[in-house]
Design a binder for this molecule. Structure first.
Ligand SMILES: [Zn+2]
Ligand SMILES: [Zn+2]
Length: 318
């Protein structure tokens, strides 16, 4: 599908309203994550071993990098690079392991928030505007239902994929076969650390970064047309696989490179460059070759190095 990478192409606005709606407790989601928390804390405590802990660290990094950041976010949601279909499917499957839902859920959740944040006014839910614990409860245990939501249209090749349909339907059950396998290989320590602790970490971490990425911290770009701005969450580049440079992401949503300044660690980008070298990724979009986003202004202190960005001037867009 060809589209302007700065737009949210799957949303059909139709006079929809991003501001009015209600946040409702989602029992299934809430009980699912609460049982994962309980198992992670209790089982993780009683069955702690160093090898299981090492496995937890490695598997968490793998699903976040290949699955969430590259497969779901940079490939499926933003189409910011191309890759063989088999590799896309593997990465998207790994993204399901993060515990936030299947591919359709991820695309829809992301795009609804992206669309809402571009409006002049949007509900506190989309902007993470409420206090820390209330926002936690909303984002992890509830859903928002807008009074007048936009329509949504998936790309045909994604929505008709039998594989994506299958992992969408079974997303919450997908950890089960892995639990069985890990139990056979390493017993309970591997089950509690390799599945429960990992999912508890990725689901909670995803919300935490989203919360701080819309509160206040470093900002280099301002999008005048959007009601909500993105912020960079410092010192978290490595553990978020580069996703924490959210101010850059709001400025250049279609860029596969999220850490665009020196010192902004972006492991997802490093891995993507390695895939490109191996011939497994191509047509990689970055802030250097994307069209300008409407209303984007540079307000930071440090200029991008001339070689790394064509936008070394002040104002963009209009
Ligand atoms: Zn955002
Ligand atoms: Zn995004």
């Amino acid at each position: 599908m060809s589209h302007n990478p700065n737009e949210v192409p799957r949303i059909i606005d139709n006079n929809a309203n991003a501001q009015y709606g209600s946040v409702k407790w989602n029992p299934l989601k809430s009980i699912w994550i609460t049982s994962i928390y309980l198992a992670a804390f209790i089982g993780g405590y009683y069955y702690f071993t160093w090898p299981a802990f090492a496995f937890y660290l490695i598997s968490t990094a793998a699903v976040l990098c290949f699955g969430h950041s590259l497969g779901m976010h940079r490939r499926l949601i933003h189409n910011s690079f191309e890759t063989p279909l088999w590799l896309e499917c593997i990465m998207v499957y790994m993204g399901v392991m993060v515990g936030l839902g299947g591919p359709f859920t991820m695309i829809r959740t992301h795009d609804m928030r992206d669309w809402a944040q571009r409006q002049k006014y949007c509900h506190d839910y989309f902007a993470h505007r409420q206090k820390f614990w209330k926002d936690y409860f909303w984002q992890i245990h509830c859903d928002i239902k807008l009074d007048n939501p936009p329509e949504f249209e998936f790309e045909a090749n994604v929505v008709n994929s039998r594989f994506y349909k299958f992992i969408e339907k079974t997303a919450m059950l997908q950890p089960l076969p892995w639990m069985l396998l890990f139990y056979v290989i390493g017993g309970w320590p591997l089950v509690f650390w390799g599945v429960y602790a990992r999912i508890a970490t990725t689901v909670t971490g995803h919300w935490l970064i989203g919360y701080f990425a819309h509160s206040d911290d470093a900002v280099d770009w301002h999008v005048t047309t959007a009601g909500v701005q993105g912020h960079n969450v410092k010192f978290t580049g490595l553990i978020t696989m580069g996703e924490c440079w959210h101010n850059n992401h709001h400025a250049f949503p279609g860029s596969a490179k999220i850490g665009i300044y020196e010192g902004q660690a972006d492991p997802g980008w490093w891995v993507l460059k390695a895939l490109e070298k191996a011939g497994l990724a191509w047509n990689i979009q970055t802030h250097e070759n994307l069209p300008k986003r409407q209303g984007l202004y540079y307000i930071g202190q440090k200029e991008l190095k001339a070689s790394s960005c064509i936008f070394s001037g002040k104002a963009l867009g209009n």
